[in-house]
Each structure stands twice: as C-alpha cells, then as structure tokens.
Design a protein around this ligand. Structure first.
Ligand SMILES: Cc1ncc(COP(=O)(O)O)c(C=O)c1O
Length: 352
C-alpha cells in the first residue's frame, strides 16, 4: 500500500475535461463513465480497478486514422493491454506495437493478426524472438547489434523476416527526464551520433534472412509540441540518404514511434494531432525530395494518447492526513497499478 503525495488540491466536480467524454455527474458527487456508475464498478470488481471506455478508445483510434490517412498507425500495447483492448484496436484497423512475449501471446490469443504487430524491446529473450517468428509478426525492431545475428539465425535459411533498426536521432523531448529516449546515454536504440546505427544497418543488410524495410525512432513520451518530431524526421532522412549513398538501398517505411502528449490536469496542453500530421508529412516529403529518396510510408505508435484519456483507475481512500505542508491521501493501490506518481511525480486525484 502506498500514499501518493497530493501536490495540488483534489479536483472538484467542476472540470471533467481530462476524463473520458462520457463521464457524467451523478447525485451525491458520484461519477459514471459510459453510463455505468463508478461506485458500482468498485463494489462489483473491488479496487484498485482500471475502467476503460470502449467508445472513447475506438473514437481515438478513428481520430488517428483520420489525421494520418496515409500512415500505418500502431497502438503501443505498453500503455495498456487486455484481450478486449486488442480486439478493439484490431477492429479499428490499427497495428499493434508489442515488446514482450506476454503482450504478443495475449494479443494473438485475442485474435490480433500477427502480421500487423511489431516487436520492440531492448532486451529481447530468445523466447520473445522465437515466438515472434513462429507467429509471423510483421516487423521486428532491432535495438542492439547482437540481435542482428540472433534474429537471422533463428529465422533460419528458409525464412526471411522483415526488420527495422531503432535509431537514436539525438533529439531530447518528453515530459520528464526519465521518458526521454531520443538522445544517447539511455538504453534504447542505436546512436546516430556515434555511428552505431549505421554499423547495425550494414550488418542487417549483410544478412540474407533479414529484410530491412526501414528505420525507427521513438524520441520520448508526453511530447506536446510537433517541433522535436520535425528535427527527428530531418535526421532520419539524413541517415536514409547516407544509407542510399553507402549501400544503394532505399526504404519503404519510416516509423516515428509514439510519445504524443495528453492532458493529465485540466488546462494542460495535449499534442495537436492534425498539426503534427500536416507538419510531419510536409517535412518528410520535402526532405526526401531534396535528398532524391522515394517517400517512405510513415508509421506512428501512439500509446497513452489512445489509452490514457479513455480510462481511469479507481481506488478507495483509506486515510487522509496532513504532515507539514503536505496532505497525504492513502489509497488501496500503489506502484504496481499506478507507477507514475512514484516514478516522476505525476498525480491527478479526484475525490467524491
Ligand atoms: C517504441 C515505442 N513506441 C511507442 C511508445 C508509446 O509511447 P506513448 O505511450 O508515449 O505514445 C513507446 C513508449 O515507451 C515506445 O517505447
């Protein structure tokens, strides 16, 4: 049990803008989502419990597909995954980014087509790779040099696996230092700056069992401005041009990852998807034309921007106390169901 630090006064009933759109006020200060009283859900399922509004998830998927009609939109399962979620994402026509055998098998058991999945991970176990190959995932994203030969060997001489290389483009972006993954010095991807990415690309191209369809980068999470993505696209196009010069190879895809920021508190900014789509598309088209490259199909991997605004986590408050300048609200949950407050100080509390 833990007691999240309440950094701001509890949100009152007056502003529900960060809750799912179907959230409604009930008498006595209670709330319902999708017409279901939250107190009933707490009684029925116990707490803590995650509550997700299917309509909101689906409508967010549709918003993405409308904003990025030409792109491949993959939901990043790490934001939240269950069988129902996998089914909704499938029915809405999105792909799925998975990063463990657990996510992969869960989605597969829910009937998600493996060819629309992408396997990520900076520490893929042999079982992760074997399962991905056996089920036939669409892409495996290579995150370290040692994976190149390992994936090629497990693919075997009879097969050919589509892969991408995750590049660290040297762009710092994201809502907190701990979720900025676009610069060197963190554990994901291969550096553009020190040549590791170029080296890995050359090794992949030397493996007949691997088909390198394109490059990937994920610069961070909770990004609310399009600019860092534009800088990252420019650097990725520069790398694609160098690969063309060195190897005579061009790519059909460019995956710019996720990281699209959402509002956690009323009044906070969220990333403007329409503006992002327009500016990203224009930057990519201009850059490729200038470098004499064919236009790759864009892929994006939003996670929290689909799941977070569609759900809430319900807790029972066990005690409230004041210590010095702080008020502590102890609830019947903690790190395992809501790590963000402890990891980087995020907290939005609604009490009724
Ligand atoms: C490779 C990759 N893609 C997509 C995401 C999704 O990020 P977000 O939930 O911030 O959109 C992550 C998050 O860590 C990631 O590592």
């Amino acid at each position: 049990m833990s007691a999240p630090l309440l950094t701001e006064p509890p949100t009152g009933l007056d502003d529900l803008s960060v809750f799912p759109a179907s959230t409604a006020r009930l008498p006595h200060g209670h709330l319902s989502i999708g017409g279901v009283p939250l107190a009933d859900l707490a009684d029925r399922f116990g707490t803590p419990v995650y509550v997700l509004d299917e309509d909101e998830v689906r409508s967010r998927c549709r918003t993405y597909r409308a904003a990025f009609p030409e792109a491949h939109v993959l939901y990043a399962a790490k934001a939240f995954l269950s069988r129902a979620m996998a089914r909704w994402i499938d029915e809405e026509g999105l792909g799925l980014d998975v990063c463990s055998v657990g996510e992969l098998e869960l989605a597969h058991a829910a009937g998600f087509p493996p060819e629309r999945m992408v396997l990520h991970g900076n520490a893929k176990t042999p079982r992760d790779i074997e399962t991905a190959l056996r089920l036939g995932v669409g892409r495996i994203v290579i995150d370290s040099p040692s994976e190149v030969a390992r994936i090629a060997a497990l693919t075997g001489t009879a097969g050919r696996q589509k892969v991408m290389v995750r590049v660290v483009p040297g762009v710092s972006a994201g809502g907190h230092e701990k979720i900025r993954t676009g610069t060197d010095g963190q554990k994901f991807g291969l550096s553009l700056t020190d040549g590791s990415a170029q080296h890995a690309i050359a090794r992949v191209l030397g493996q007949p069992q691997l088909e390198l369809t394109g490059l990937h980068c994920h610069i961070g999470s909770q990004i609310t401005d399009a600019k860092p993505y534009l800088v990252a696209v420019r650097r990725m196009v520069g790398l694609m041009a160098r690969v063309k010069d060195s190897h005579g190879v061009t790519f059909s895809e460019l995956d710019m990852g996720g990281g699209h920021g959402v509002a956690y508190r009323p009044g906070e900014a969220a990333l403007d998807l329409t503006a992002l789509a327009r500016r990203l598309g224009a930057e990519l088209a201009t850059g490729c034309a200038a470098a004499g490259l064919p236009l790759p199909r864009l892929a994006i991997e939003p996670g929290r921007a689909i799941a977070a605004p569609a759900g809430v986590a319900l807790y029972r408050v066990l005690s409230v106390k004041h210590t010095g300048p702080n008020m502590f609200v102890a609830v019947d949950g903690g790190m395992s169901d809501n790590p963000r407050p402890a990891l980087y100080g995020a907290c939005l509390l609604y009490t009724s």
